[in-house]
Design a protein around this ligand. Structure first.
Ligand code: GTP
Length: 595
């Protein structure tokens, strides 16, 4: 049995591709009750910071009634600092709308969210918007989307995605790419949603399972948990148990349930499997917790919450004009403001310090923290901030630091300088791929410490064309004797098959060697010079074993003969992609041509 009256979808779009306009149009053309529409507060409207940064920070929901079907539309934050939130949203829905500008085509920023959606095996619908634009190239853009899907590992069913062509500004849609076929209706999109997105399972006669995926807060009702009912039903007055993440539980009587209608949250008496709802009155209810009947405490798997990896000290500004009392007031306001942020931001931590006017604020990354700072500054707070620092952790007696998985898309011409910077920042290159359109995608594993401050450098380095995304990968033992920002040596990159174009960015006696064997790229250090002109002899340290090149045992070392025809596969095939190899050529001599 399924809930034919419900569809739950998430919407993914690059900024300015028309998401807000589209959702507004869906609302306008839907059967949503007018009192719930309030179009003046534009659906999914983004705040000023989101617009300037070109990303969505906050997720928002809109519910649209189409005939007998209610379509819940969840917005998705578009930056990797919010990866955990994206994952949680994807758990609440059964399908996604990917909105793509018919002129601009697919944009790298949407990849990360789309990948999460495809991994969850959600059903996609592709909306080619702005079909009215002069120069629109809808068919090519559909091909781009198909390629992207393949690249991101879409399954066979996902590759069969339906396409709807729209002009959100004109309120028109069609199933045909020819703009002349557009009709003044959004029904083509509505019908596609109803037809292709799976309806939620209706197991509402079974015991309740409601899982909180997001938090909200308001002064009247306190903390609000938002999520999906996966099983059973909930009614006002029910006695329920909130299963906490630490294995304990707390019982409550249900006093407030909200459903979503248009852009509003409206109190309802009950809700059932498939519904997205919000509940309040359950005190410190938290993301990932499951609400069940008291006699059926059956928890759903917990949801991922991003760990903070970066911290900064926030200090209330002791303005000389503020006076003693002024400072105190400022400090208290600052504390209240920071703590109120905790109500909804689950990846944030705020700790007291020895100073009465300073707090340590920990977050997901530079973007996460800087958005908070910017928001507060706009609200009128005057702050002093420390430099961001990574959060170290003791794991089994070893001090560890956070590493991020970094994905960079850049026009080919900037690859050299990006690799150079990343290697100075101790980024280990994992992959390098060049696409037909002159773009290269680089993937690194890099210590978060090394990434601090890189985004600004990166933007200028790539002339503003580069795109960088990073997500927390894991904690690894601290890199000893290293302070980011200090330059240590030369970098050579050798790309298999393109031996003549390999480049040496700078020459010192130490450096990093990148060897690209097909898809996998391995990194190592160059520490010396060879007496033999045509050899790059490398010693490979795997784990702690240092072995000599010449005695190249298959497990530990590689000798790379260079350059005329550079064929690397044989010599490094033993390296598997997860191994970090420190290649330490005792002796290396680069031919004059390269030098
Ligand atoms: P954010 O709200 O910043 O995330 O952007 P968005 O993706 O929601 O885009 P939004 O709806 O704000 O639209 C961006 C711009 O594109 C606006 O100026 C819209 O008027 C315009 N736009 C939206 N849809 C269409 C369309 O179908 N055709 C044309 N020509 N312009 C459109």
């Amino acid at each position: 049995k399924t809930r034919e009256d419900i569809r739950n979808i998430a919407i993914i779009a690059h900024v300015d591709h028309g998401k807000t306009t589209l959702v507004n149009e869906l609302l306008k053309q839907s059967d949503t009750l007018p009192e719930h529409m309030h179009l003046e507060d534009r659906a999914l409207d983004s705040n000023a910071i989101e617009r300037e940064r070109g990303i969505t920070i906050l997720s928002k929901n809109t519910a649209v009634q189409y005939g007998k079907t209610k379509i819940n539309i969840l917005d998705t934050p578009g930056h990797a600092d919010f990866g955990g939130e994206v994952e949680r949203i994807m758990k609440m829905v059964d399908g996604v709308l990917l909105v793509v500008d018919a002129y601009e085509g697919t944009m790298p920023q949407t990849r990360f969210v789309l990948k999460k959606a495809l991994e969850q095996h959600l059903t996609p619908i592709v909306v080619i918007n702005k079909i009215d634009r002069p120069g629109a190239r809808p068919e090519e853009v559909v091909d781009e989307v198909l390629e992207l899907f393949i690249e991101l590992g879409a399954d066979d069913e996902q590759l069969e995605f339906p396409v709807v062509y729209t002009s959100a500004v004109n309120g028109t849609s069609s199933l045909d790419s020819d703009p002349a076929t557009q009709e003044h209706t959004m029904n083509y999109l509505f019908d596609t949603i109803v037809k292709t997105i799976p309806a939620p399972l209706d197991n509402s006669d079974e015991p309740l399972q409601f899982q909180v995926a997001m938090l909200d807060y308001n002064d009247y009702v306190g903390r609000i948990g938002i999520g999906r009912i996966f099983r059973g039903s909930i009614h006002l007055g029910d006695n329920v148990s909130v299963l906490k993440l630490d294995g304990t539980h707390k019982n409550f009587r249900v006093t407030k349930i909200f459903g979503f209608f248009g852009l509003k949250r409206v109190e309802v008496d009950s809700a059932k499997a498939g519904d997205l709802i919000a509940v309040s009155g359950m005190e410190d209810i938290f993301v990932g917790e499951t609400v069940t009947p008291v006699d059926h405490p059956d928890a759903l798997p917990i949801l991922r919450i991003d760990e903070p990896t970066l911290q900064m000290t926030f200090l209330a500004n002791d303005s000389p004009f503020a006076g003693q009392e002024g400072t105190e007031v400022t400090a208290r306001k600052l504390e209240d403001r920071l703590k109120s942020q905790l109500h909804t931001d689950v990846s944030l931590r705020v700790e007291d310090t020895d100073l009465p006017s300073a707090w340590i604020v920990s977050g997901r990354g530079e973007l996460h923290l800087s958005i908070l700072v910017e928001e507060m500054r706009r609200e009128g707070f005057e702050l002093q901030l420390s430099r961001p620092e990574v959060i170290y952790k003791d794991i089994d007696g070893v001090t560890c630091e956070p590493f991020e998985s970094v994905q960079i898309d850049t026009p080919n011409e900037y690859v050299g300088s990006v690799i150079d910077s990343m290697s100075q920042r101790k980024g280990e290159m994992k992959n390098m791929e060049t696409t037909d359109n002159g773009q290269t995608r680089l993937t690194f594993l890099a210590p978060a410490r090394g990434l601090i401050g890189y985004s600004t450098e990166f933007m200028s380095q790539t002339g503003g064309y580069g795109i960088m995304n990073h997500t927390f990968a894991k904690y690894l033992p601290v890199i000893k004797n290293w302070t980011p920002g200090r330059r240590t040596g030369a970098l050579v990159s050798i790309n298999q098959g393109t031996a003549t174009t390999y480049s040496l960015q700078s020459v010192e006696d130490r450096g990093t060697l990148f060897v690209d064997a097909g898809v996998q790229v391995y990194e190592g250090m160059i520490v010396g010079e060879s007496s033999r002109e045509q050899d790059i002899g490398v010693n490979v340290t795997k784990g702690k074993n240092l072995t000599n090149t010449r005695a190249a045992g298959k497990d530990h070392a590689a000798a790379i003969r260079t350059p005329k025809s550079l064929s690397l596969e044989e010599s490094i095939e033993f390296l598997n992609e997860d191994e970090y190899c420190e290649v330490t050529p005792k002796s290396i001599r680069l031919r004059k041509k390269i030098l």
